[in-house]
Each structure stands twice: as structure tokens, then as C-alpha cells.
Write a protein that binds this ligand. Sequence first.
Ligand SMILES: [Mn+2]
Length: 336
Amino acid sequence: MNSDSKDVLDRDRWDRLVATLASAKSIGVVGHVVPDGDAFGSMIAIARSARLAGKSALASFEDPFIVPEELSFLDTSVLVPSQDFPRDLDVAIVVDTSVRSRVGDLADAMEQADTLVVLDHHISDGSWGDVVYVDASAGATTELVHQLLVDLGWPIDVGVATALYTGIVTDTGRFQYSSTSSRTHDIASELLALGVQTDVIGQKLFEESPFGYYEVASRVLGRAVLDDERAFVWSILLLGDLDAADLQSHETEGLIDLVRMARGTDVSCLLKEKEDGTIKGSMRSRGRVDVAALAGVFGGGGHHNAAGFSSELSASDIIARISDHLDSSEVRKSSE
Ligand SMILES: [Mn+2]
């Protein structure tokens, strides 16, 4: 397919997306499990803007129904627990993932809606949803949501703008990852003009943690292993660490940003023990290695520079497999 016909296809998909939402009277937005700033931002921006436009709208996500303290400045009034998600909606829209299993039990309820919409910036096979729009060049799903709300002509007040900005500032690593584009900054500029308080948001998101986080961070950093040969650094968070520090698992999302700091490394991995006996892995790359492909080894996925997976293997087996793949030509090839 040449790029012109791909553009036409994308245009068609986008027009269908806009038309579907424009004609909907009731809309339910769903983010992926354990929503991050982009998922919460996308959910809340769409639901709040839709309400301001006179629609019936709400947002939800899989239990546990927790809004992390660092996102408590968002308009949480549009959020309902997953058991209250309606089954008679005109449109159900999933944001920040395209994968059915990533919304948990809500998938069944979503599929009862007249039209199931997917809006995302992760590469996927596009097999789920009636109306699917995926743009992997977007720095955050909220960049796409912003364009959507503009094209719909729905109101963007300071509450909507704050939600949109939150998705952008978190998913682009404060405007520094390679996914950050001039478009990212253009949108942020518009949002600031609408009254978004970047200093207040920045402090909540990036400059605060519970004191117990110090204990957990010290344990995880103390266990870090540097594999010089493979330019690989990794560590593990044990279940007991959280109890010892009285910390919830959703409060450990930023730990990978500490683990990935080691100079001279390309790839980092943080493993986390889960209650159900599985291990969750977060991976980061400085750009040479495609960690989405690496996460794919365990059935996970993500972006070139940030990806994740869940596994029933032991920690040592997981690290051995990652090491093998870092040695293999396959990963090297995708890194060139
Ligand atoms: Mn995202």
C-alpha cells in the first residue's frame, strides 16, 4: 500500500470515528487495567467533554476502583466502578489500549453497546472493535482525544484540558521521549492557554511520594543487577517489600524510572511479584533495542522504548530469556 492510500484509509477511519461519537447520545469510556495518566486523562477528557456537550457519558475501568493520589486533581466525578458500567450504551469506547484482555471483565459489558470504538496509540492487530483508530505516532492517546474533541466541536474547559495535558505530560516523560513531536507541544500550548496549571500538576505527578516509597526504592535499587556485557540492568520488587513499607502496588509505577538510570545501559527491566504468583515485568530501552519485541517473548507488548508483560515463569527464568534474546540477532536487527 502506498502512503497516499494509507492516508485515505486513515482519513476514512477518522471520519467514521468522529461521526460515530457525534451521533451517540450515551457514551461509556473505558481505560486499560491499572490506568496510567494517559488512560485516566483520556477517559476523563472524553466523558467530561461529552457531558458538557449535552451527552450522557461516564468512564470506568476494571477493579480495583482506585484513583491514585497523584492523579487526584482530575475530575473523578465522571468515573463509576466497573459493576455500574451500563450495558445499553450507544457507544462504548476503549482508550489507550486496543487489546480486549487489557480491559478485564469490562469487555463483556462494552460489547453490549451498539458500537464499540477503539482509540489508541499502541501498535496492535486491530482485531477488536467496530470503529478502530490507532495512531502509533501520537505521543499520548490524549493527543488523539484532543483532535477528536476539536473535530466534534465539543467543549474543552479547564477540566478537560487538565485531563488532556495529564496524558501528554506523563506518556511523553515530561516532553522528553522520542514520541514527543512538535504537535505534542502545539497541543500543550493550546491547553496552557485554556488555564492548565502545569506547576500544580507537575508537583502532584512527579514531585511527591509516600514516605514508604523510600524504603521500597532502597530495597529495589539495592537488588539491582548490572549486566555490563549486555548493557542491561534489572531488579525485582518482592511482595514483602510493599507490606514492610505499607505501600499499594499502584504506588510502585515509577520504580522503573529509578532502575533504568544506570549509565552505559541500553535496556532495563523491573520485575514485580504479584499476589497470584505471577510476575509482572516493565521494560525500558534507550532506543537501540525494541523492548516491545522483547516483551512479546512473554506475550506482552508496548512501544519500542517502553513495554510490559506478565509471566508465570520464575524471575531467574525470565531474566535468562531476556538475556538470550538480547544476544540474539533478532533483537539486534530490530534495534538497527
Ligand atoms: Mn498512552
